[in-house]
Design a protein around this ligand. Structure first.
Ligand SMILES: NC(=O)c1ccc[n+]([C@@H]2O[C@H](COP(=O)([O-])OP(=O)(O)OC[C@H]3O[C@@H](n4cnc5c(N)ncnc54)[C@H](OP(=O)(O)O)[C@@H]3O)[C@@H](O)[C@H]2O)c1
Length: 256
C-alpha cells in the first residue's frame, strides 16, 4: 500500500484512476478545485486546491507517489502545466515518485496545448526525482464531448485519431503507481487509428445526430501534424475498447 496524491481528480480520467487506486488498496488523497461528487468513494480523502496558485499541495509532501493529472488546455496553460508542475514537484519528498499524465506526440506536435504539456514533462525530467511519464492518445470521452458540441471541434478533414477509453488510461497510470518509477515515458493508445471521417461516421450512424462542422482551419502546421498522426502511437500499449463500442454504449443517452 502506498500513499498516493492525485491532482486533477475531477476530470475525465480522475474518477477511473481513483477507483483503481482504491481497489489496489492504496491510501488515496485527491485534489480538486471544487468539492467532489457527494456520491463519490468514501475511501478517498479530498482536499481543495489549485496547482497554479500553489494551494492544497500539503498532501504531496506526505505522498509516496503523486499522480499529476491536473492540466489546462486553454488560456494561460503554462501556469498549470509547467509552473504548476514545478511547484508540485518542489512540494514532494525527494524520494517520492512523480507519475505525470501527458499526451502522445507532445514533443513533436505543434499544437499549443501539447507543447505546454511537453514543457511540463521537462519540469519532471529536470527535477531529479523518480518519475514515470504516461503519455495517452485522445480519449473516447474527449472526442464525444467535441462531437456533442464543444467548446471546439478539432475533427478536421483527414485528421487521424487513436481514441482510447479513459478507464484504460487510468489503468496505465495505476500500473505506473504499482510498478514504481520507470524513468521512461510509456505511451498508451486506443486499439485502432481512425480518420475524422470514420470517427464522425460512427457517431452519426449510432446517435442519429449530425456532427458539428469543423471549427478549426484544416491548413497549417497543426493540421498537418493531425493528418500525419503525430499524436498517435502505433506501437503504444494498446487498449481494448473501440470507438464503435464506446459510441454504441453512449448513443442512448445522446438522443435523450
Ligand atoms: N482526456 C484525454 O483525451 C487525454 C489524452 C492524453 C492525455 N491526457 C492527460 O491526462 C490528464 C487528465 O486528463 P483529463 O481528460 O482527465 O483532463 P480534464 O478532464 O481536462 O480535467 C483536468 C483536471 O485538471 C484540473 N485542473 C485544471 N486547472 C487546475 C488548477 N489550476 N489546479 C488544480 N487542478 C486543476 C481540473 O479541475 P476542475 O474540475 O476544477 O476544472 C480537472 O480535474 C491530463 O494531464 C491530460 O493532459 C488526457
Amino acid at each position: 500500500m502506498a500513499r498516493v496524491f492525485v491532482t486533477g481528480a475531477t476530470g475525465v480520467v480522475g474518477p477511473h484512476l481513483l477507483r483503481r487506486l482504491v481497489a489496489d488498496d492504496h491510501d488515496v488523497t485527491a485534489m480538486g478545485r471544487h468539492d467532489p461528487d457527494p456520491a463519490g468513494d468514501p475511501d478517498v480523502e479530498w482536499i481543495r486546491g489549485d496547482v497554479a496558485r500553489g494551494r492544497g499541495l500539503g498532501p504531496a509532501w506526505r505522498a509516496d507517489c503523486v499522480v499529476h493529472l491536473a492540466s489546462q488546455s486553454r488560456g494561460r496553460m503554462d501556469e498549470v502545466n509547467v509552473r504548476g508542475t514545478a511547484g508540485l514537484l518542489a512540494s514532494m519528498r525527494p524520494e517520492a515518485h512523480m507519475v505525470y499524465a501527458s499526451v502522445v506526440g507532445c514533443d513533436r506536435h505543434p499544437l499549443g496545448y501539447y507543447q505546454s504539456k511537453w514543457r511540463g514533462e521537462q519540469e519532471v525530467l529536470g527535477a531529479g526525482r523518480p518519475w514515470t511519464i504516461v503519455r495517452g492518445t485522445q480519449t473516447h470521452e474527449l472526442l464525444w464531448r467535441w462531437l456533442q458540441g464543444g467548446p471546439v471541434c478539432p475533427l478536421g478533414k483527414g485528421f487521424r485519431w487513436q481514441p482510447a477509453a479513459a478507464a484504460e488510461h487510468a489503468d496505465a497510470l495505476a500500473d505506473a503507481v504499482r510498478d514504481g518509477p520507470q524513468r521512461r515515458q510509456v505511451d498508451v493508445g486506443g486499439p485502432e487509428i481512425l480518420t475524422s471521417e470514420q470517427v464522425v461516421g460512427t457517431y452519426e450512424e449510432h446517435t442519429g445526430r449530425t456532427a458539428p462542422r469543423l471549427r478549426v482551419p484544416a491548413v497549417g502546421r497543426v493540421a498537418r501534424a493531425y493528418r500525419e498522426g503525430t499524436h498517435c502511437a502505433e506501437y503504444a500499449r494498446v487498449g481494448r475498447e473501440t470507438w464503435r463500442t464506446f459510441v454504441v454504449g453512449h448513443a442512448r443517452d445522446a438522443v435523450r
